[in-house]
Each structure stands twice: as structure tokens, then as C-alpha cells.
Design a protein around this ligand. Structure first.
Ligand code: RAT
Ligand code: ZN
Length: 439
């Protein structure tokens, strides 16, 4: 232990510089490298309309959070959902820009995110139209742009979400074995359908040459495992992930689909995770399609049953679970559960929790209950440019919480040093994840 601790007024500066200088591992995004194609006009001239790499101002402004927000001020009775969806992407962006950024102050968190992002790129967000910004983007090279984003946001590695049941994404992996080779990105095998709709999933598996019948007898289980193993290998995935509804229970509720999901979890997913030493990530609380008119923006969240997490961590001690939950009501009991199970890694302030006031409350509570043994945040960026704002906004809040906690500790008599702050920050945003995934 060092002899001289920091003075209270020095703590904030030290925490802020530690957070700014520590490269981050972003453990959950929906972003992709250029090998997956991009629909965005750019300097290389290669445009793939179905491409998965989303970036640029039109994508940024049409983020599904902002689509939901614009329908509050120009309701569907004025502009029907289908009329909005028929518009081309730039036209949608113009509509959102006009109503949320020009006619109103962009004060919501998602709006402020666009402002932070443009400013960090050296662009002026105080513009009545998006044209000057579009011209700037059209001159960018997609791969060089990713380097710039990672450099400015100090993100060392980006984790994708690779949906194996998405036809577009699946066909790209099959067509190009080196599609996932970009060293800036890691893959994650996302398997929602396998657990939530095994009837549909087993139909697809059979079509793809796996004899995984609905009966889930020995042969079907072996074939479903073969499917998971082959895709883990193809993607070199670093964990397996699922998003679950608030009514996810373990043991399953008494209905056929939930029981099939339980069997797949127990006999396919968890054994393969255990044999590979990979965590299983559960993002719990998503209610899909509460308002189908909004498409991707129409999902909402609900409070889930924490006993499912408790039971899984206890019944499968050889498995590692990463868990984030979508409702504010679940956050305290999730932190309590993590105190009981070393095989549970709590991560992130997910989606509707990703707002400064809630991040602050959740992070404060997690530090108080878990010290530094959790992962405070992931970006969930869908559009690459969002790395700039999601990490900037979260870093500020995490910095505020840590500064307060170190000040309290100093008051209690502990000599807090620069080295301790740096090592704590490194654990929180970098090492805890790498150690948990076994990298
Ligand atoms: O945060 C989001 O953008 C959501 O739409 C979801 O994608 C969610 O994060 C998920 O991974 O299911
Ligand atoms: Zn996500």
C-alpha cells in the first residue's frame, strides 16, 4: 500500500483521466465490420443495400430510439407508420431532424447522443439540414472510419451480436469463411429462436441438414449440439447470448414451448458452453412488438423473475452466466444474486436502463454491493458512430460514481492512490470481461 493517498480534490481528476486513458472492451453491440457490407454511400463506392455495417448520419438519426420519439410529436394519426416506412432512409432522417432537432430542443438522451457524436467528429450539429453532414460522410472510407471511432472513443475491441437465424447474416457467414476475421471485432453466437421457439428453430435446423426433431430425444439433442458447436467454430464466438422475455422462468412454466426451451437450455446450450468454457449471456426482460407499427422501436420491457437466474446459477455451477436485466425493479435483486454466485457476472445498463440518471443509480448500487467485480456498461451501439456518444456519456456517469466512492473511502481513513484507481478502472471496463470469457 502506498504511503501517500490522494487528496479529495485530486480524486475526480485521477478518476477521469483513468477512465479516459483505459481502453474499453465493448462486450455487446449490434455493429459489424466492412466485411459484412454497408448500405451507406462512401469513398470506396462499394454499397451493398442489404449490408449490415450501419454508420453515417442517416443511420444515426433514424436509430430506433429516435423513431419512437418522433412518433410522439408527429403521431401515427398524422403520419401513418406505413407512410414513414415507405420513405427512403434520408427522407426519414430529414423528418426526424426537422421535428426533434430543429423544431424542438434535442434534449432527450437519444437526441443528445446524436449531438455528442457529431461534435466528436468535428461536425457542427447546429444545422437546419443534414446536407453538409451527408457530404462529409460520403467522403469517408468505412474501415478508416471505424479506426477513427475506436481511437476517439478509446474502444479496444467491439463485440458483435451474430444472429444465426437471420437469413441475411447467415448467408454471409456461409459465403465467406473469413468474414469474421477483422481483428477489431469479436463474434457472439446469438440464439434467441433456439430457446424461445424451438418448433420454428428445429424446422430450420432440419432444412440445414441437422436431424434435430421436436421430440428432443437423444439424436435430436446431439444434432442440436452439433449445430451450436459448428456455428461457434465458424464465428469463433466468445460467448453465446439470448434475449429473454420477462416471463422467462427456470424451471419453465407449464407450456409446451417453454418446456422445450428448458430442455434445449439444459441439454444443448449449457453443456456446450461448459465444454467450451464459454459464458452464456442472458439479457432478460424484453417484450417484443408492444407496438408493431414502430417495428424495431416498438419493443418494451417488463420486470422478470430473478429466481430463474438464482436457480440456473445454483443448478449449473460449472457454467458461467453473464446477466443484464431490462427493468429498474430487477436491478437490486440481480446485484444480490451476484453476491451469492461467483459464476454470475452482472453487466451493463441495458437499453431503457441506458440513461444517465439510471446508470448512476445502478452503478452506485453495484459498487456498494459488488465492489469492482462487475462490468458497468456495454454500448449496445447499432450504428458504429454511436460508440462515440454511448461511451462518452457512460464514462462521465461512471466517473462521478467512482469519485464519490473514493471520497467516502478516503473519509473512512483509506489512502486512495492513483495506482489503485487505475487498476480498478481497468478491471471494470476491460479485465473483468476478458477474465470471465477466459481470454
Ligand atoms: O438495445 C437495442 O437496440 C435493442 O433493440 C435490442 O437489440 C437489444 O439490445 C437486444 O440485444 O436484444
Ligand atoms: Zn442489444
Amino acid at each position: 500500500m502506498s504511503e501517500t493517498g490522494l487528496e479529495t480534490h485530486e480524486l475526480q481528476r485521477e478518476v477521469e483521466s483513468a477512465l479516459a486513458e483505459q481502453p474499453i472492451i465493448d462486450l455487446h453491440t449490434h455493429t459489424y465490420p466492412p466485411s459484412f457490407g454497408t448500405p451507406v454511400a462512401n469513398a470506396t463506392g462499394r454499397v451493398d443495400p442489404q449490408g449490415l455495417m450501419l454508420w453515417g448520419v442517416d443511420e444515426l438519426v433514424t436509430y430506433h430510439y429516435l423513431i419512437a420519439e418522433v412518433f410522439r410529436v408527429v403521431p401515427a394519426t398524422t403520419l401513418p407508420y406505413e407512410a414513414f416506412w415507405r420513405m427512403a432512409r434520408p427522407e426519414q432522417a430529414d423528418h426526424i431532424w426537422k421535428h426533434l432537432f430543429v423544431e424542438r430542443t434535442p434534449i432527450s438522451e437519444a437526441c443528445r447522443g446524436v449531438v455528442t457524436t457529431l461534435s466528436k467528429l468535428g461536425l457542427d450539429p447546429n444545422t437546419p439540414t443534414l446536407e453538409p453532414i451527408r457530404r462529409w460522410y460520403a467522403e469517408q472510407d468505412p474501415s478508416g472510419f471505424i479506426d477513427r471511432l475506436m481511437d476517439v472513443s478509446n474502444v479496444e475491441k467491439i463485440t458483435m451480436t451474430n444472429e444465426v437465424f437471420d437469413a441475411n447474416e447467415r448467408s454471409r457467414w456461409l459465403a465467406d469463411p473469413s468474414i469474421g476475421a477483422d481483428p477489431r471485432f469479436s463474434a457472439v453466437l446469438r440464439i434467441d429462436k433456439l430457446l424461445l421457439d424451438f418448433e420454428g428453430a428445429s424446422g430450420s435446423l432440419r432444412e440445414w441438414g441437422y436431424e434435430a426433431g421436436l421430440d428432443l430425444r437423444e439424436r435430436s439433442v446431439q444434432e442440436a449440439r452439433r449445430f451450436v458447436r459448428e456455428w461457434l467454430d465458424r464465428m469463433k464466438a466468445i460467448y453465446i447470448a439470448v434475449s429473454l422475455p420477462p416471463d422467462f422462468h427456470y424451471p419453465a412454466a407449464d407450456d409446451a414451448a417453454a418446456r422445450a426451451g428448458q430442455t434445449v437450455l439444459e441439454q444443448v446450450v449449457l453443456p456446450v458452453c461448459a465444454e467450451r468454457g464459454l459464458p452464456f449471456a442472458m439479457m432478460i426482460g424484453a417484450v417484443r412488438n408492444a407496438n408493431p407499427g414502430l417495428r424495431g422501436g416498438g419493443d418494451m420491457g417488463g420486470t422478470a423473475d430473478i429466481t430463474a437466474v438464482v436457480n440456473l446459477c445454483r443448478e449449473f455451477p460449472q457454467n458461467k452466466f453473464m446477466v443484464t436485466m431490462l427493468s429498474r425493479e430487477n436491478q437490486h435483486e440481480l446485484a444480490v444474486t451476484a453476491r451469492k454466485f461467483g459464476n454470475l457476472m452482472v453487466f451493463g445498463c441495458w437499453w431503457f436502463m441506458n440513461n444517465p440518471s439510471i446508470i448512476e443509480e445502478i452503478t452506485r448500487m453495484r459498487v456498494e454491493m459488488l465492489g469492482t467485480s462487475f462490468i458497468p456498461q456495454h454500448s449496445d451501439a447499432r450504428i458504429l458512430d454511436q460508440l462515440l456518444y454511448k461511451w462518452d456519456h457512460s464514462r462521465r456517469v461512471i466517473g462521478k460514481v467512482l469519485t464519490d466512492k473514493y471520497a467516502d473511502l478516503a473519509t473512512a481513513g483509506w489512502r486512495v492512490t492513483r495506482e489503485q484507481i487505475r487498476s480498478d478502472v481497468r478491471r471494470l471496463v476491460h479485465d473483468n470481461f476478458l477474465e470471465f470469457v477466459g481470454r
